[in-house]
Ligand binder design. Structure first.
Ligand code: GTP
Ligand code: MG
Length: 377
């Protein structure tokens, strides 16, 4: 009916002596077990108390503790594997590597401080190189932030272009279902439409948008404004141009985005537009769709990140961004020959890495983090 086991610290989850009782899920029975434990002096755990104890007792660092809740909340396999990687110490190991390299640079800086005459003539390439290494590690970690966040929530891929260019038809073909309304008259799509696909293990949020044209008014104009908003936040833009030439306004649309794929649509019809750099696609024959998908995937930022080694919380990002800027500052001081200021900046960088891992973090911050947890974790 019930199974209980005793886990002796420090090798339990929390690091303390623990008893776990397992019964079947009958509510009345569970209530009885909890009540009899309470009568004998036990109390209900607070949110996240087990993981907080594990953190306080040094079983987990703060990044690993946060990953516990991410593991509980993960919505996709990629989310699960990221959270599992972070919980198993993937990100902490990268932070540890950064810390070692900052400590190494700091040790060299302090050695320089012993030799005043060298300080006057510069800190030497060796020291600058060491600080540069720490700076590069911090930068790589900071840059992993956007990628890791998108790996969990998906990348935004916006299909945009002139009215009637064939955006909705292409959107439906990429999605594999008739989601967006397609019609021969320009200005059919008024509001944007989103469809999620999983390509190669990654979540892609495809967005069909209202065709862009200058002469629109009313509802259509409101739709166009939304298209511009989406373009600003897009990870990749697929600029659709009507290759059959049936849409004369095709050249007037100007889309500026660093990751844009130019496509000439309606490839099954005679080509009237010549644009050598554009990919020819046809939603009707399927021509170029596989290649378009491949190009979209190749442009998704941060897709190559290793599971559980990217920063995915604002807190992580803030701490590591601070470490990165301080390393940069330290390098500039070292280049200018000021070892004392370089050492001070490196000390601060070290503190920022410590903050990430939860060293010396204050109670309020912990309260906020663990309040996200559910009871029993
Ligand atoms: N032959 C052919 N016709 C296409 C293709 N793609 C779109 N069309 C036709 O082009 C017209 C416009 O297509 P839509 O997909 O609605 O174009 P859109 O860019 O979404 O247009 P708006 O929503 O008005 O901006 C429709 O009549 C489609 O059937 C294609 O690959 N081949
Ligand atoms: Mg449309």
């Amino acid at each position: 009916m019930a199974l209980a086991w005793y886990l002796r610290g420090p090798r339990s989850y929390t690091g303390e002596d623990t008893v776990e009782i397992s019964t079947h899920g009958n509510d009345a029975l569970l209530e009885l077990v909890v009540e009899s434990a309470r009568c004998r002096g036990a109390r209900l755990a607070e949110r996240g108390e087990f993981t907080r104890r594990a953190f306080v007792n040094g079983r987990l660092d703060l990044v690993q503790a946060e990953a516990v809740i991410d593991l509980v909340r993960a919505e996709s396999r990629q989310g699960l594997s990221d959270a599992y990687g972070a919980m198993s110490g993937g990100l902490s190991a990268r932070a540890g590597e950064l810390r070692r390299s900052v400590v190494e640079a700091l040790a060299h800086t302090e050695v320089r401080l012993e030799f005043v005459e060298e300080v006057a003539t510069g800190c030497g390439d060796d020291l600058v190189g060491r600080i540069r290494r720490a700076e590069a590690l911090a930068t790589t970690l900071v840059e992993s932030f956007e990628g890791a966040r998108r790996r969990r929530g998906g990348w935004g891929v916006v299909l945009a272009g002139a009215p009637n260019a064939g955006k909705s038809t292409l959107f439906n073909a990429l999605l594999g279902e008739d989601r967006s309304i397609v019609a021969s008259e320009p200005g059919t799509t008024r509001d944007w439409v989103e469809g999620r696909v999983v390509w190669d293990g990654g979540i892609v949020r495809l967005m069909d948008t209202a065709g862009l044209r200058a002469s629109a008014s009313g509802v259509e104009m409101a739709g166009i404004e939304r298209t511009h908003d989406l373009l600003r936040s897009a990870d990749v833009v697929v600029h659709v141009i009507d290759g059959s030439g049936s849409c004369p306004a095709h050249t007037s649309v100007d889309i500026v985005h660093p990751r844009t794929i130019l496509t000439l649509s309606k490839g099954d019809l005679p080509a009237h537009v010549v644009l050598p750099e554009a990919l020819r696609v046809s939603a009707v024959s399927g021509e170029g769709l596989g290649e378009l998908r491949r190009r979209i995937l190749s442009l998704l930022p941060g897709r190559d990140a290793v599971d559980g080694e990217g920063l995915f919380r604002e807190r992580h990002h803030d701490a590591l961004r601070r470490a990165q800027m301080l390393c940069e500052e330290a390098r500039e001081h070292a280049e200018a020959g000021n070892a004392e200021l370089a050492a001070a900046a490196l000390q601060e960088a070290l503190r920022a890495v410590g903050d990430l891992l939860g060293e010396g973090v204050d109670g309020d911050v912990l309260d906020r983090i663990f309040s996200e947890f559910c009871i029993g974790k």
